[in-house]
Design a protein around this ligand. Structure first.
Ligand SMILES: C[C@H](N)C(=O)N[C@H](CCC(=O)O)C(=O)O
Ligand SMILES: [Mg+2]
Length: 367
């Protein structure tokens, strides 16, 4: 099975409600879809999310990276030669992790299709191919966040990811109000998206711990590059601290673990550059006994499907799931693929990612 063509399309899916974090507000998934075609008539699918404030990737950089740099290396390559193909993707250029992720996802999709197995099985997974995700509550007025949290609990979500990091005093009030409202019906995860200083983070978490607010974890309280600050927080609070924007690839994870700067690692395919490095991170974390979450950016059911397959394959070490991208969307553009049903996500027996087609793609002309 040889690669004959690499096509790109623009996917636009409005969100049900604006997604607001300390870093940005976004109301539509506007992602680049990669389709890799082979000489036996198959197509592998991938997706890149342009999250410039986190990865530095934009629509323009993703398109240019795939069309001009990564794609040309792959034309004519044999899909069975996965490790070499992945190496060609990863060594094509520095950074550009979202573009690399999209291409890798499509390569893994085709590789699993070649052997007629769902991707999670090719990654060594067995057992029940089902995961349970949280739902993100955007940072907003307190009343709105409380209403959104109650609505999420009514929809069956038992874990809520509360966005904070905008205003420390208000953030404490936000979390106390949500905690009182959901009254033990959902676990609370906080994500400050780099919005606090180390000292603010410690005082906020102490205030919440002292008020009896149990938190499952605190995600990325301080700026991404402030690893000393992350360690400062981790050493001073009981709540487990998770690194997100601070860690992209395996080398950063090794450094973070050696410095004991966080308790948990958030793996996202858009940060790792795809599945190969995500597998490495999960394996490194397993060696050190560090738990991982699998997360996503504002992504649809294409790239999130790949994350679900990885989560099932690495269920022993990926113990927390934040794959709510498709639940935030007004519709699912994918025919086939993984079945997203609110908090429950299930993989079918279809080969690869199981994606038959993607509706409403706007073709992107080659440069
Ligand atoms: C969508 C997911 N639940 C999430 O919250 N991801 C954010 C980043 C999303 C973005 O800005 O695109 C995170 O974990 O920081
Ligand atoms: Mg985060």
């Amino acid at each position: 099975m040889k690669i004959t063509d690499i096509r790109l399309g623009m996917l636009r899916v409005p969100l049900k409600t604006p997604f607001k974090t300390a870093l940005r507000t976004v109301d539509t998934v506007e992602d680049i879809v990669v389709m890799i075609d082979t000489d036996d008539g198959r197509t592998g699918y991938g997706e890149a999310a342009p999250t410039a404030v986190i990865t530095g990737d934009t629509h323009g950089s993703i398109i240019e990276a795939i069309n001009k740099v990564i794609g040309p290396r792959l034309i004519g390559r044999d899909i069975a030669d996965l490790n070499r193909n992945v190496q060609l993707v990863q060594t094509a250029m520095e950074r550009n992790t979202s573009a690399k992720a999209a291409v890798e996802i499509a390569l893994y999709d085709l590789w699993a299709q070649l052997y007629g197995a769902p991707l999670y099985r090719m990654l060594g997974g067995g057992g029940d191919p089902v995961v349970t995700t949280d739902l993100t509550i955007s940072v907003d007025y307190i009343d709105k966040m409380v209403a959104d949290s109650l609505a999420a609990v009514e929809r069956g979500f038992e874990s809520l990811k509360i966005k904070v990091g905008k205003d420390i005093g208000l953030d404490i009030e936000r979390v106390k109000a949500i905690h009182a409202a959901v009254d033990g019906r959902a676990l609370l995860r906080l994500d400050a998206n780099q919005g606090w200083t180390p000292k603010q983070a410690v005082s906020a978490i102490h205030a919440l711990e002292d008020a009896g607010v149990h938190l499952e974890l605190l995600e990325q309280p301080v700026p991404a590059r402030d690893i000393d600050g992350l360690k400062y927080v981790t050493e001073r609070v009981h709540t487990p601290v998770m690194a997100d924007e601070s860690v992209f690839g395996p080398a950063e994870v090794i450094d973070l673990i050696q410095r004991r700067a966080a308790d948990i690692i958030n793996i996202k395919l858009m940060k790792t550059g795809g599945i190969s490095n995500a597998v490495r991170i999960a394996d490194i974390a397993a060696v050190h006994g560090v738990d991982c979450m699998i997360g996503c950016m504002i992504e649809s059911a294409i790239s999130v499907a790949a994350a679900v397959h990885l989560a099932v394959a690495k269920a022993g070490i990926i113990t927390k799931v934040d794959l709510d991208g498709p639940s935030l969307c007004t519709f699912d553009p994918v025919d086939g693929g993984v079945e997203f049903n609110e908090s429950e996500i299930a993989i079918t027996d279809a080969p690869g990612l199981g994606i038959r087609s993607v509706r409403g793609l706007e073709p992107l002309a080659r440069a």
